[in-house]
Write a new protein. Structure first.
Length: 221
């Protein structure tokens, strides 16, 4: 079989691929921000020492981390509309699903980051009259974010790769754009090969940036 990539002109890329790339990037950013925010809350709940909060957060995290992402995507897309009485749409369903799912992974990263901050700094905050919330917000969390930033960004790269799973509910992501282009020009093999190269270039480039950031943080320490 002869491979022909000549059909992948800039016009084709603009028509099919860029739309999907924009959605994949948007989904990654929204899920990252929402996931870190919710994940930080879950991490604080697990470290609060209050049994109800610890149990609830642990149950959420362990449940999400034990189920394949594609199943969670399908559950939200198919079951939530039945509960709400109206469809959410593939794009909104993907945003909600990824945010809630990634929060479980970001939670474990943030929990490790919080625990990496010496307890002496927490006691110092209490000694000057800070409350638990003030100590966490002003002393612990800034250091935890700095310590865990490379790991958080690495998880975000994995998140970007996982956005390709939204094909299961018909959302128009980067992979979907390549798939449609391949069908229109009857060149599925070529488009999937190019899609793999594009994913590799994006993710590998981001990984190099994370390594440089990690080296800088190590020097600051």
């Amino acid at each position: 079989m002869d491979l022909d990539f000549g059909f992948l002109t800039w016009g084709v890329i603009q028509s099919f691929v860029l739309k999907g790339l924009v959605f994949s990037v948007q989904l990654t950013i929204v899920a990252m921000v929402g996931g870190i925010a919710l994940g930080t809350l879950l991490a604080l709940m697990r470290l609060s020492g209050r049994r109800a909060l610890v149990t609830g957060a642990a149950a959420y995290v362990n449940t999400m981390r034990s189920i394949p992402l594609v199943m969670v995507i399908l559950w939200f897309f198919l079951l939530i509309p039945l509960l709400l009485g109206r469809p959410l749409g593939a794009e909104l369903s993907a945003v909600v699903t990824f945010t809630l799912f990634e929060a479980a992974y970001y939670s474990e990263i943030m929990r490790a980051g919080i625990q990496s901050v010496p307890r002496g700094q927490v006691h110092a905050g209490y000694a000057v009259g800070m409350s638990y919330a003030q100590t966490m917000r002003l002393i612990v969390l800034p250091q935890a974010f700095r310590n865990m930033l490379p790991v958080l960004l690495t998880q975000t790269i994995i998140l970007f790769q996982d956005t390709s799973l939204v094909y299961a509910i018909g959302a128009y992501d980067l992979l979907k754009g390549f798939e449609i282009a391949g069908k229109n020009f009857n060149r599925p093999v070529e488009t999937y090969l190019v899609a793999a190269v594009v994913y590799f270039v994006i993710c590998f480039s981001l990984s190099l940036l994370v390594r440089r950031l990690q080296a800088r943080i190590a020097i600051i320490r």
